[in-house]
Design a protein around this ligand. Sequence first.
Ligand code: GLN
Length: 446
Amino acid sequence: LTQATLENIEKTDSELQAFIRTNSDEALLQAKKIDAQHDFSNILSGLPLAFKDNLATNGIETTGASHILEGFKPVYDATVVSKLSTVGAISVGKTNMDEFAMGGSTETSYYKKTTNAWDHTKVPGGSSGGSASAVAGGQIPFALGSDTGGSIRQPAAFNGIVGLKPTYGRVSRWGLFAMASSLDQIGPFTRTVKDNALVLNTIAGFDEKDSTSSKRDVPDFTSKLTGDVKGLKIAVPKEYFGEGIDPKVATTVKAAIAQLEAMGATVDEVSLPHTKYGVAAYYIIMSSEASSNLQRYDGVRYGFRADDVKNLEDLYIKTRSEGFGDEVKRRIMLGTFSLSAGAYDAFFKKAAKIRTLLIEDFNKVFADYDVIVGPTAPTVAYGLGEEIDDPTAMYLADVLTIPVNLAGLPGLSVNAGFVDGLPVGLQIIGKPFDEATVYQTGYAFE
Ligand code: GLN
């Protein structure tokens, strides 16, 4: 199976461009080992998968799709990588992404442009576009990505597959290249909800190496996959169907919700009044944290180092000027500014207050409802090159996914249907640590 998977990637990746690199030697070696052990007690044993290139893989180049990490080989595995390898899953490669996960179309990658699995002239979404397109394009049965403001759910929506951002703290972030530490979570891409729950079963749980990982028990996430949603209380925020949402996307998602209602769920319209401030707050908080996290790429410790430098300061400046792309530089500057003494109160502190208001919006709704549903993204996948020169338009497109990260909630995207031949995502948001009910809803619909 590993051999066939690698051969198929070889054939299909000229169009999909989902992989930055494959690691056939290591993968085939591990496959042989698993064959010899003949222990398939774990359902994932022997199955090929791929990791987003911001997840550290021991001895295998990991770049975060940045020039600044070109040639960098981590000396340890991310916790999710070692958990999956322990159960016998076989990593066949590292998938393309926006540089340091900053973007929504995978076009800020230093290395290549990934295409949408349904239409190779369209973006795969992002930032985990490589993982999404590899799963949707049939290259691998599952992949991992990371989601800071929508980077699992939106590419899952654009490619018509299933993607989960778990509750903050559910999955260890150890070995994930930090973008914004208070928002980042790792999660699975799969073709079905059940597969997704099975992968989460393996990667979830407390890890002493990540002080923000939760000590809560990890339930069996497949336990509520009955197909039944009778009595489930579904809230539909009116803000998720407002200005900027493509009317055809709205119609498709409303039809999906009607189907859940027909199956016996109760559906009510609710309000999440601070939704419109989410994008502004996120871009301040995320870039502040990112500007601090990215200080470590200094040309001394990892990967790329600029030549012909005069002194240490010049080394930092030249390495960072040459090593980072425009989007990353934009965020480092925005974040450094927001955290500066003169701007902190007006920007960072205000954004932190908005974050609290967003959390309160969700708490109020979750006092009466089990899940919140709406679209994952305002549009279907757009053309490659169409939006990338307009950062503000790109940022605004994250309006429906960002609040979920700011509040630390679990969010799932499943396919709701198609508009003009392109997939539309249905987003299902749950209470903290209630991934089981989120999956229950997605499974019943699917
Ligand atoms: N599109 C968002 C951004 O550019 C989300 C990124 C992410 O979740 N990693 O920041």
